[in-house]
Ligand binder design. Structure first.
Ligand SMILES: *Cc1c(COP(=O)(O)O)cnc(C)c1O
Length: 405
C-alpha cells in the first residue's frame, strides 16, 4: 500500500479547487503533475548555478555540467542501458522518433525497403515514417488489431520479410492502454534482420523497463509523462547503430573539429546533441526518476491498475456506455464512449465537477477510424490518484449520462 496522502502532499498543483470542486486530475497520459523535488530542482539551478555546460572552466559551469551528466547516469539505470553513450537527450518522444527517422532512415532505408508500424500508433510514430517513405520510396506496412485493441501477431509475422528494415511500435497505447508483447515483436523482427524502435512514452512511467533484456534497438520516452518537466526526452539506441548513424542537427557541441573543408563529429552521445541543451529540465529529470524509483514502479503500477479496475468494472454496468480497448494486457488507461452523447460534452460536464479527463482522438486518428469512433473519453491514472477520486468520478459520470439522455 502506498502512503497516498503523503504522496499527494508532494504535488502542490493537486491542492486546488476547480469550479468550486477539489481538482481530480485524470489526464496523466497527456502529462503528469510534478512533485516538489522536481520544481525545487529547477529553482535551485536557476537561482544557484545557472551556466552553460561542457565548455566552461568556471565553477558554475562545472557544477551545471556535473548535474546534467548525473541525469544521464540516472536514466541509464532507469532503463538499464548498457552505457551512458547510449543515452541521448532530446526534446521528447516526438523529436526522438524524428531523429531516428532522419538519421537511421537516411543511412539504412532505401527505395522498396519496408517499415512496419501498427494501427495503435500515436501520430508521432506515423508521420515521421510517412515523410521518410516519401523521401526514399520505402513502403509503410501496418500491423492490424482485433476489436479489443490487441495487435494481430499472426498478421505481423506475415508482414515481416527480408525487405523489412525497421519495426516501430508503441509499448503501451496512449489511447486504449493496451500493453504490446514487445519481446515477441522484437524477436520476430530480428529474425529477418530488422531493427526495432519502441515508443515508450506510456511505458516509462508505468512499467519496469530493461532495454537490454527487451533487446530493442531504440527506446524513446518523454520526461513530462514521468513527473518531470516538458521539453525534455530520452532516446536510447544500441551503440553500434548510433555509431553508424549520421548526426541529426549540426552545430555546436556535436562536433570535434570544424573547418570549411571538413568537420569531424563528437563522440557519443554528444554527436546527437547539437546546441545548448535544455539544461534545467534535464537536471530536473533525475529528481523525477529518483522519486519514482524511491516509491517503486511495481508498487505504483499495482496502485494505478487497481484504480483502473475499479473504474472499468463500474463503467461496465452503465447502460449505453462502451469501453474502448479491452485488451487482456492493459495499463491504467480507461477509454470509453456513450451512445448518443458526444465525448466533448462529457468532458466539459466532468470539468464542471473538478474532474480533468481527455476527450477526442488522442493523436491516434487511424486507430479511432479502425474502431469506428470519432473519439473517446479517456481517464488515466498516476501515483497520486485515490480510490475516493475514482468513486467520485464514477458517481458524477453516472449523473451526467442520466442528465444528457
Ligand atoms: C505522448 C505520446 C507521444 C508524444 O510525446 P511528446 O511528448 O508529445 O513528444 C508519442 N507516443 C505516445 C504513445 C504518447 O503517449
Amino acid at each position: 500500500m502506498l502512503a497516498i496522502q503523503k504522496i499527494r502532499n508532494d504535488f502542490p498543483v493537486l491542492h486546488q479547487q476547480i469550479q468550486g470542486h477539489q481538482l481530480v486530475y485524470f489526464d496523466n497520459a497527456a502529462t503528469s503533475q510534478k512533485p516538489k523535488v522536481v520544481i525545487n530542482a529547477l529553482v535551485a539551478y536557476y537561482q544557484g548555478y545557472n551556466a552553460n555546460i561542457h565548455r566552461g572552466i568556471h565553477t558554475l559551469a562545472e557544477k551545471a555540467t556535473v548535474a546534467f551528466e548525473q541525469t544521464r547516469e540516472t536514466v541509464k539505470e532507469f532503463i538499464k542501458a548498457g552505457s551512458t553513450e547510449e543515452v541521448i537527450f532530446t526534446k521528447g518522444t516526438t523529436e526522438g522518433i524524428n531523429l531516428v527517422a532522419a538519421t537511421f532512415g537516411r543511412k539504412f532505408i532505401k527505395a522498396d525497403d519496408e517499415i512496419i508500424i501498427s494501427t495503435l500508433e500515436h501520430h508521432s510514430n506515423i508521420v515521421p515514417w510517412q515523410l521518410l517513405c516519401e523521401a526514399t520510396g520505402a513502403k509503410l506496412r501496418i500491423i492490424p488489431i482485433n476489436d479489443a485493441g490487441e495487435l494481430d501477431l499472426e498478421a505481423y509475422e506475415k508482414l515481416l520479410t527480408p525487405r523489412t528494415k525497421l519495426v516501430s511500435v508503441v509499448h503501451i497505447s496512449n489511447a486504449l492502454g493496451t500493453i504490446n508483447p514487445v519481446e515477441t515483436i522484437i524477436k520476430a523482427a530480428h529474425k529477418v534482420g530488422a531493427a526495432v524502435l519502441i515508443d515508450g512514452a506510456q511505458s516509462a512511467p508505468h512499467l519496469t523497463v530493461d532495454v537490454q533484456a527487451m533487446d530493442c534497438d531504440f527506446y524513446i520516452f518523454s520526461a513530462h509523462k514521468v513527473y518531470a518537466p516538458t521539453g525534455m526526452g530520452v532516446l536510447y539506441g544500441k551503440k553500434h547503430w548510433l555509431e553508424q548513424m549520421p548526426p541529426y542537427l549540426g552545430g555546436g557541441e556535436m562536433i570535434k573539429e570544424v573547418s570549411f573543408e571538413k568537420t569531424t563529429f563528437n563522440v557519443l552521445p554528444y554527436k546527437f546533441e547539437a546546441g545548448t541543451p535544455n539544461i534545467a529540465d534535464t537536471i530536473a529529470l533525475k529528481y523525477a526518476l529518483d522519486y519514482v524509483q524511491e516509491i517503486g514502479k511495481p508498487a505504483i503500477a499495482a496502485h494505478e491498475n487497481q484504480l483502473a479496475r475499479i473504474v472499468s468494472d463500474a463503467l461496465r454496468s452503465i447502460k449505453g456506455l462502451r469501453l474502448v480497448g479491452t485488451a487482456a494486457e492493459k495499463a491504467s488507461i480507461v477509454s470509453f464512449v456513450v451512445d448518443g452523447v458526444h465525448h466533448l460534452d462529457i468532458g466539459m460536464l466532468l470539468d464542471a465537477k473538478g474532474i480533468a479527463v481527455r476527450t477526442g482522438h488522442h493523436c491516434t486518428q487511424p486507430l479511432m477510424k479502425r474502431l469506428g469512433v470519432e473519439g473517446t473519453v479517456r481517464a488515466s491514472f498516476a501515483v497520486y490518484n485515490t480510490e475516493e477520486e475514482v468513486l467520485y468520478f464514477v458517481e458524477q459520470l453516472e449523473k451526467i449520462i442520466t442528465k444528457l439522455r
